[in-house]
Design a protein around this ligand. Structure first.
Ligand code: MRU
Length: 364
């Protein structure tokens, strides 16, 4: 796709909102879920249409769409698609198909709890509703759209609350992509950065490239640059050196699941950053909606950690960089113990577990 076509496509998707990411990466149009294919960024801006829950599940698994809130939103639309596709078959067949869709979507990525939160929300509506099949399909699409819009509002609130924690004109480091692309829009950690930049608190953003999938280099650097937020891209192994030089004033990351004791599962490499931050006296903040808090996981060890294909590590940008078939361990996430997290920023407030606050107070 030429860059002119890409711009036209973006306009077609309804993008170009000030400081909101300047793109729409998830949209429901003409009976399809339309996703910006994040695997191809930043080289190409192409969109993929999903018309069944199977296609949505594949898009989640292969990371066309990724980031905890974004995959929850995609799953919500996936369930709405199933309801519409099976409405003509009658109530029983539609409900059976919906149960199947919930299982298919729930089997895609195990760590991000927002996926299960969204599926649960959609299916509890199905359980409560006695509407006829067509009406149920309309209700589920409305609910999926509401979840999408609500996530964008939640991210703005997280961003504005988190920005207040940052010092004036600071350099922030972030890991992976917890920006607009990973959410309904605006971002969680990305939202803190956006609001902080708007308020003159963020001067520049150090972005870890985030091996092996390169969400930092490919996605965060791309989306922040589009909002004209200054980016300095570094490899993951440079973060300690940058902290040692005093170049980093704060670290803000997202989360895939926060356990009841405040332990945080997030993109592999986050734990190391948190330990380094403590050593260097750099505040370490986690920004996440309350839908990412899982009170059923009592501690980090209870959180299932996704393992991804070895090929992601054996190659770099599709080019082999290791002996063919060499054994690989590729956990996609790690767990940062709560004691390393200076504050958890949610849409309902900021919790400082290191000072004895509990997550219950936020969830009430
Ligand atoms: O494997 P990914 O790209 O889905 O991992 C994403 C992350 O780890 C994000 O930091 C997390 O989902 C928070 S997104 C607001």
């Amino acid at each position: 796709m030429s860059s002119r076509e890409a711009v036209n496509e973006r306009i077609r998707m309804g993008g170009n909102k000030e400081l909101e990411g300047n793109f729409h990466h998830i949209a429901f149009r003409d009976g399809a879920l339309v996703l910006l294919d994040q695997r191809k960024l930043p080289r190409e801006e192409t969109y993929l249409e999903c018309r069944t829950e199977g296609e949505v599940a594949e898009a989640v698994k292969t990371m066309v769409v990724r980031g905890a809130p974004a995959i929850g939103i995609a799953a919500g639309y996936g369930i709405a698609l199933t309801a519409a596709c099976h409405a003509h078959k009658g109530a029983d067949a539609q409900r059976e198909a919906l149960e199947g869709a919930a299982r298919t979507l729930g089997a895609t990525r195990p760590t991000a709890v927002n996926l299960f939160w969204a599926i649960e929300k959609m299916m509890s509506h199905v359980d409560k509703s006695d509407s006829a099949p067509e009406a149920l399909a309309d209700e589920l699409l409305r609910l999926a759209r509401e979840m999408h819009e609500e996530d964008a509002a939640v991210c703005r609130r997280i961003g504005d609350l988190g920005a207040g924690l940052l010092p004036e004109r600071c350099s922030v480091l972030t890991h992976c992509n917890a920006g607009a692309l990973a959410t309904g829009s605006y971002g969680t950690a990305g939202g803190v950065i956006r609001s902080g930049f708007r308020d003159g608190r963020v001067r520049e953003v150090y972005v870890d490239e985030t091996r092996p999938f390169l969400q930092g280099a490919r996605l965060t650097a791309w989306e922040l640059s589009r909002d004209s937020i200054p980016v300095v891209l570094i490899t993951d192994s440079m973060a300690a050196h940058c902290m040692g030089l005093g170049r980093i004033d704060a670290i803000v990351v997202g989360a895939d699941r926060v356990a009841a004791n405040g332990d945080v599962a997030n993109k592999i490499g986050t734990y190391g950053l948190a330990v380094l931050a403590r050593e260097h006296g750099v505040p370490f903040y986690v920004a996440a909606p309350t839908s990412t808090i899982d009170m059923e996981s009592k501690r980090g060890a209870d959180i299932p950690i996704e393992e991804r294909p070895g090929e992601e590590v054996r190659s770099f940008g599709g080019v082999p960089v290791a002996p063919e078939g060499v054994r690989v361990y590729n956990p996609a996430f790690d767990v940062t113990p709560a004691r390393f997290v200076d504050a958890l920023i949610t849409e309902k407030g900021v919790a400082r577990l290191t000072e004895g606050e509990s997550l219950d107070s936020i969830l009430d």
